[in-house]
Design a protein around this ligand. Structure first.
Ligand code: LP5
Ligand code: MN
Length: 254
């Protein structure tokens, strides 16, 4: 793949994650659709850094009447590049959905260049290395053989298994500390030095913030994207300025 490079003096670059879009939260859907039709139109690129959807059980189960894919496609047709990364909820999103959305699937971690700076982008779950139960689950469900078997099941069975996994995950999380469910700082430092970047952008922890790390020879910055539960969260890079913005949720139309 050609290097991914943007100059934010030409047009803004946007990052979002953890929208967890689902029919049960129409405000998040309405806010996202509005954002795509307004602010995002000016952007050179929109990076969706995982968990766009609450759960994804296969492209063949995506309702044809859902408004998200056509709205993304309209933005892509308007000239904004759309990069789609998997999260821990929608790691089964495939080429059929990406194509319908006018997006390009981006494997994580992705090393990109913005204004001459080396930036690493990933969902963030792989950095939670203290959460051993989750990492074992992740290794299982990211295995191509497991995925092929799961996707071959009838949709009703896939829905039931996804619900069982959500229930079990909720029960397990109630017994985990906040520290276990956050990123591991050694893993973050290792990632930054392995990829020789000065900026790391991720989501997953639902703890939006900007952290400065002091490394051996330099400093690096870690931008954590927020979820779209109580408000929207977008990292906007414009004319070299990095701003983690909150968006008020708008009421669902009608
Ligand atoms: O996303 P969030 O913040 O709620 O929780 C995560 C971790 N949980 C998960 C599990 C997903 O929510 C499951 C839903 C996936 C939807 C679609 C997938 C379709 C295939 C699934 C079929 C099996 O990612 C949670 C972390 C937390 O983030 C913080 O980082 O702690 O991890 C867990 O809770 C993992 C559990 O500790 C262990 C695994 C439980 C699932 C076991 C599967 C049992 C069901 C099998 C049915 C045959
Ligand atoms: Mn996540």
């Amino acid at each position: 793949m050609k290097p991914i490079t943007y100059n934010s003096d030409v047009a803004p670059v946007l990052f979002i994650a953890d929208l967890h879009l689902d029919a049960s939260r129409p405000e998040a859907i309405a806010t996202f659709l509005d954002y795509l039709q307004t602010h995002a139109h000016q952007a050179a690129a929109l990076f969706i850094v995982g968990d766009l959807f609450e759960a994804w059980i296969g492209d063949d189960a995506y309702p044809s009447a859902d408004p998200i894919a056509p709205a993304l496609k309209a933005l892509a047709d308007h000239g904004t590049d759309i990069w789609l990364m998997h999260g821990n909820r929608d790691f089964l999103m495939g080429e059929a959905f990406a194509q319908a959305a006018g997006a390009t699937l981006l494997a994580e971690p992705a090393r990109i260049n913005i204004d001459g700076r080396a930036v690493l982008v990933e969902h963030g779950d792989a950095l939670c290395t203290d959460d051993h139960a989750y990492q074992a689950f992740r290794a299982q469900v990211r295995d191509p053989g497991w995925q092929a078997q799961f996707l071959a099941l009838p949709i009703t069975q896939r829905i039931a298994q996804a619900q069982a996994a959500r229930t079990r995950s909720g029960e397990d999380m109630a017994g985990k500390t906040a520290t276990i469910m956050d990123v591991n700082h050694d893993a973050v430092q290792q990632r930054i030095s392995d990829h020789a970047v000065t900026h790391l952008v991720h989501g997953h922890t639902h703890r939006p913030g900007v952290h400065t790390l002091t490394l051996e020879a330099a400093t690096a910055q870690r931008f954590v994207l927020g979820d779209w539960f109580e408000q929207g969260s977008v990292l906007v890079i414009d004319h070299g300025d990095w701003q983690l913005q909150s968006l008020p949720l708008i009421a669902k139309p009608g």
